[in-house]
Design a protein around this ligand. Sequence first.
Ligand SMILES: [Zn+2]
Length: 295
Amino acid sequence: MAAGDWPPFAPLPPTYYLLLPTAPMLFDCHTHLTDPAFAGDLDAVLARARAAGVRWMVTNGTDGPTNRAALALAATHPEILPALGIYPVDAVANEVLASGPTLPWTQAPCDVAAELAFIDAHASAAVAIGECGLDGHWVATHLDRQREVFAALIDLALRHDRPLIVHSRRAEAEAVEMLLARGATRVDLHCFSGRFKLAQRACAAGFYCSIPATLPHHELFQKMARDLPLTSLLTETDAPYLAPVRGERNEPAHVAATVAAIAELRHLPVDEVEATLEANFCRLFRIDPPPERGR
Ligand SMILES: [Zn+2]
């Protein structure tokens, strides 16, 4: 599609909030609602999210088709916010395809240069740049090319003044260093699995860490949820992946249980945690909070 098919991202009109309850809004800052896993019942998934108090879902593109799908879905659903990105495996799709069957899934080709140009042309319609980053797990042999694409996306985000949603599997320290070296400060480290001290350092630099719904099964996520500054935390699902029950499909409604778990770990009232997380989300993504809370 041509540039300009989607309007620039803008906060919702104040009338939208008249429909909302006065309790703080929950959010899922990293999800993939354009995944085929949701093709049959997305309306029901969104209804469950709404019933659980989830008012914002940032759906992340990972390649050409999902970036376009994210923009199209967000255009018809005010609660869905689009992020545009190139997943690190897609960033090296052509190299992966040339090197044989190295992945447990069938990798589609990706015209990285064309996709960078598309994201550049449509960044104003996106709330963030992501998913992007480095992956030393699936494609550890193609890190140089991953670095090039990640650097290009960081610079693109800075140019358009957009936050970054970052995947950093088995490359956490390098991803954080690259972000800091290039001057990125508006960053969400999604499903961060590096050292706790590195997460602390990233938070001290102004980054956020989004806690997945697998929190009950992961000591590191529990430590992050308990010991990182509450003002540095967000909630995510990575749906349909990373379900709290292994093998099931994940969905945005599950962030409610994550918020409750964070409150329990920190011995704080749930509504206090909800309010702080909502403020974090609005600050990072520059979303106007409902007028009655006015943060
Ligand atoms: Zn993801």
